[in-house]
Write a protein that binds this ligand. Structure first.
Ligand code: MHF
Ligand code: KIV
Ligand code: MG
Length: 275
């Protein structure tokens, strides 16, 4: 019998693969990407899941929140990412107000994300209030990832990005929401900025995998925003973020070097021109 872990097959990662990874106790790695070049690097390095997050609103467009992102903008980013990916599962965030008004509109939004953008699955924020919508999308053959805890599209309802579900009543509600989403058919749930103990309880009570961001070590997988973990984002330092590179500094010094070479006439040299 093979002792190969589910993700070690070089086959494309599917929603079934990530569910199998939970059953085998293999952790799931997920990162964001918003464009072709970055997606190719992230996929080539072997990440299991790529999220085209609506954090593109912050990271790509320079907005303060994810609220302004449109469905057409998310479709564009997802098209770019899909062209750069060979193996990873590509999940796209449905942006604010593309799925909350009616179930019919939600299904259309999810359908466009699959047909026009080539996403393999969509992610929606929220629990019980969107469970019928989730069920309808899943019934249409579109895999759905849930997202509970800190749900940035609702920032104006909560007013802060502080840790969520710290009191018992909110914790019980989150646990209930997770069960309801599982029953509605999600293949996985993101847990954002909640206490580790609660994330552990949720993870143990579900058969579908949890993917944490600021939700501790007991989740079945972890996700970070690519630009944050590469150190491109100087002014975002929540405690859950680990920086694996300081690309801001690397880019800054490379660019300064180039400017200097242009000013001094060092660039272009003898070999960098046509005769
Ligand atoms: N660049 C980026 N990274 C992300 O992780 C991310 C986005 N953008 N945009 C969409 C959401 C918003 N997310 C957030 C936003 C803020 C905090 C946060 O911890 N902010 C403050 C603390 C705020 C408070 O305590 O009131 C911090 O410490 O930076 C965490 C996740 C996660 N997502
Ligand atoms: C932080 C992750 C989970 C996300 O939703 C995003 O990048 O938009
Ligand atoms: Mg998001």
């Amino acid at each position: 019998m093979s002792t190969e872990l589910p993700s070690q097959k070089r086959d494309k990662v599917t929603t079934q693969t990530v569910v199998d990874m939970k059953r085998h106790g293999e952790k799931i790695s997920m990162l964001t990407a918003y464009d072709f070049t970055m997606a190719g690097i992230v996929d080539g390095a072997g990440v299991d899941v790529i999220l085209v997050g609506d954090s593109a609103s912050n990271v790509m467009a320079g907005h303060e929140t994810t609220v302004p992102m449109t469905l057409n903008q998310m479709i564009y980013h997802t098209q770019c990412v899909v062209r750069g990916v060979e193996r990873a599962l590509v999940i796209a965030d449905l942006p604010f107000m593309s799925y909350q008004v009616t179930t019919k509109e939600a299904l259309k939004s999810a359908g466009r994300m699959m047909k026009e953008a080539g996403a393999h699955a969509v992610k929606l924020e929220g629990g019980e209030p969107i469970s019928n919508t989730v069920k309808r999308i899943v019934d249409a053959g579109i895999p759905v990832m849930g997202h509970l805890g800190l749900t940035p599209q609702s920032i104006y309802k909560f007013g802060t990005y502080k840790v969520r579900a710290k009191d018992e009543q909110e914790a019980d509600q989150l646990l209930k929401d997770a069960k309801i989403l599982e029953e509605a058919g999600v293949f996985s749930i993101v847990l954002e900025k909640i206490p580790s103990d609660l994330a552990k309880r949720v993870t143990e009570s579900l058969s579908v995998p949890t993917i944490g961001i600021g939700a501790g070590p007991h989740c079945d997988g972890q996700v970070l925003v690519l630009h944050d973990m590469l150190g491109l984002n100087k002014d975002f330092s929540p405690r859950f973020l680990r920086r694996y590179e300081d690309l801001h500094n690397s880019m800054d010094s490379a660019i300064k070097h180039y400017i200097d070479d242009v000013k001094t006439g060092d660039f272009p040299n003898e070999n960098e021109q046509y005769k």
